[in-house]
Design a protein. Structure first.
Length: 593
């Protein structure tokens, strides 16, 4: 059977002399009609450069194809080598025959134009539709990707939709002209696990409906288990292994493929062994941190005079204890309140009410700042104009200290402890990889001897192998310094490997909390079960996930509204779940916006 797309010996370079600055080295693969090829590899492997080269978008990013061919079989039976095509030919092909969706929908959409205007653009360019015809086609495109109330959503701007909805809009735009090939470059990496599952299910269903082929780019080999037909593994710009999905997953031949499969955190419903091999925590009975009745609300203003008309109940009555040497994972979807909880505990967000108690030993220790934070994005967390020495000195100086011999000694020791050398002190952040930058962030957080470290999605932006190394480092540091971790995450597989206890947050409230193995093995709340069911895994490759049409509940409440006191059920010595209505967790107020 003739391949719909045949890539042979593709070579791509950058800069003024692209042949001597080659990033992709002779990649070859075929894509048949109706087939999904997953291109897997870590950052810098060349997978995105390969994808961008197919429709020549690489030309706009400073890259040049220096060798090889990209032969596309056209709808009229002819074939075109895209590597040699001129811009006029490529303009007719992009969007009409080959479309692409990217990782971050917020940066892919124009923030000042409505959703409808941006979808209509594709129909105007490729189908010549105007006026009512273009609007009707845009509405049908939103219906196609299962966005309810499509006519009203067309009038929305991107900031009025959630990340999952925005990615559906991007898919609608990409599929507007019924392309035969869809390139999806990390389309779910920035999304929560449940939304990720929804998008994967949607892509699989649209593929069945339209018969399109798909190239799915990802760094998570476990993610593609339920959607790909074939897998191509890339390392350092080369395709090191290709084959049928089951063949590559069950019998990998290349050492790098085995390395990727080993690094993927496999979710096993609470049966996995923690990284440190331990189940218990510190013997201390005094909490390092105690949170009682935390409430965080943001006013909603409207009307001519901008008066408060309601409030966003971002966090509504959260309670938990955190012991020395213990990791408490707070899990939930975007907007559930998990990051707001962490920021309020640190004083980065003003709490409406609630009490925080720091352990007496930590609070009394001289020179100690009880709590520090490590953020999600190591690239944005470090000042690019400062050396590592200045970055590590910042928290010391901010707390009234000096960059003296004692401080420099601590810097050197902490760098060594996180796997970096002393000569790193005079280097700048851009000289480090993503994993090394996150290690620098961890070292900075430890400069003031904290008793509690808040980790807000601290490993979600890292490749799976780097992620595994950082998780092991965090556990080693916890054991050495008796650190208490508040670990914010939406990745249940990562949580299973590092957490002692888990708190599940839904709509600003904890709905289930308890010992990690118990919560993951026997979830009692419907929302916890929903999170666990959506976790992608190699072992679940034959399972299907239904597209959920229910809307995310709004957290906006009328002025003066107070939720009902929680009614808890106990399911063991350390496992509590909120009592819920028979049909599951129903929001108090719903809003499909």
């Amino acid at each position: 059977m003739t391949a719909l797309l045949s890539v042979s010996g593709l070579r791509v370079g950058f800069g003024r002399d692209p042949q001597n600055h080659e990033i992709v080295h002779g990649v070859s693969f075929d894509l048949a009609a109706g087939e999904t090829l997953a291109v897997v590899g870590e950052s810098g492997s060349g997978k995105s450069v390969t994808a961008l080269s197919i429709n020549r978008l690489i030309d706009f990013g400073g890259g040049r194809i220096t060798g090889g061919s990209i032969v596309l079989q056209r709808t009229d039976g002819s074939s075109t080598d895209l590597a040699q095509a001129d811009e006029a030919q490529l303009t007719r092909i992009r969007g009409a025959e080959i479309s692409m969706i990217f990782q971050e929908p917020m940066t892919s959409l124009n923030p000042v134009l409505t959703i409808g205007t941006q979808i209509e653009e594709s129909f105007r360019l490729h189908r010549g539709l105007t006026g009512r015809q273009a609007k009707a086609a845009a509405r049908d495109a939103l219906d196609r990707v299962r966005i309810p109330d499509a006519a009203r959503r067309l009038k929305y701007n991107p900031n009025q939709l959630s990340g999952g909805m925005l990615q559906r809009v991007m898919i609608a735009i990409a599929l507007a002209c019924s392309p035969r090939i869809l390139i999806a470059d990390e389309p779910t990496t920035a999304l929560d696990v449940t939304v990720q599952a929804q998008i994967l299910a949607l892509l699989a269903e649209l593929k069945r409906e339209t018969g399109m082929s798909m190239i799915f780019i990802t760094h998570d080999i476990g993610l593609v288990a339920g959607i790909a037909d074939k897998v191509m593994v890339m390392q350092a710009g080369e395709a090191v292994e290709q084959g049928e999905l089951n063949q590559v997953l069950d019998d990998p031949q290349h050492a790098y493929t085995r390395h990727l499969l080993h690094a993927v955190p496999h979710f096993s419903s609470g049966r996995a062994t923690r990284i440190d091999g331990q189940r218990g925590t510190s013997a201390s009975t005094e909490p390092a941190l105690k949170v009682d009745g935390l409430v965080v609300r943001f006013p909603v203003k409207g009307g001519l005079f901008g008066r408060a008309t309601g409030a966003v109940h971002a966090v509504d009555g959260v309670d938990f204890d955190l012991l020395p040497g213990e990791t408490l994972a707070i899990v939930g979807e975007s907007g559930s309140g998990k990051s707001t909880t962490a920021r309020a505990v640190l004083g980065l967000e003003q709490s409406t009410r609630g009490a925080f108690t720091i352990g007496k030993a930590a609070a009394a220790a001289e020179g100690v700042r009880p709590m520090q934070m490590v953020f999600q994005n190591p690239y944005a967390s470090l000042n690019p104009r400062l050396t590592v020495q200045s970055i590590l000195a910042e928290p010391v100086i901010a707390s009234g200290g000096r960059t003296d011999a004692r401080t420099l000694s601590r810097m050197t020791k902490l760098l060594a402890r996180v796997g970096l050398t002393e000569d790193c002190l005079q280097r700048y952040p851009h000289e480090f990889s993503g994993g090394q930058r996150q290690r620098l962030c961890i070292a900075r957080a430890l400069m003031l001897n904290p008793s509690v470290v808040v980790l807000d999605e601290a490993v979600s932006a890292l490749d799976v192998s780097v992620q595994a190394d950082v998780l092991e480092l965090l556990v080693d540091l916890q054991q050495e310094f008796k650190l208490a971790y508040l670990f914010i995450s939406h990745d249940m597989a990562v949580v299973e490997r590092i957490a002692h206890r888990i708190a599940v947050i839904y709509a600003g409230q904890i709905v289930e909390i308890g010992e990690a193995a118990s919560v993951l093995a026997e979830p009692r709340h419907s929302y916890t079960r929903k999170l666990i069911a959506a976790v992608p895994a190699i072992d679940r490759r034959h399972e299907t996930f239904e597209i959920d049409m229910r809307q995310v509940p709004s957290l906006v409440r009328p002025l003066g509204f107070e939720p009902q006191p929680a009614d808890w059920q106990s399911f063991g010595p350390d496992h509590l779940a909120r009592t819920e209505a028979p049909d599951g967790a129903k929001p108090l107020v719903t809003d499909d916006a």
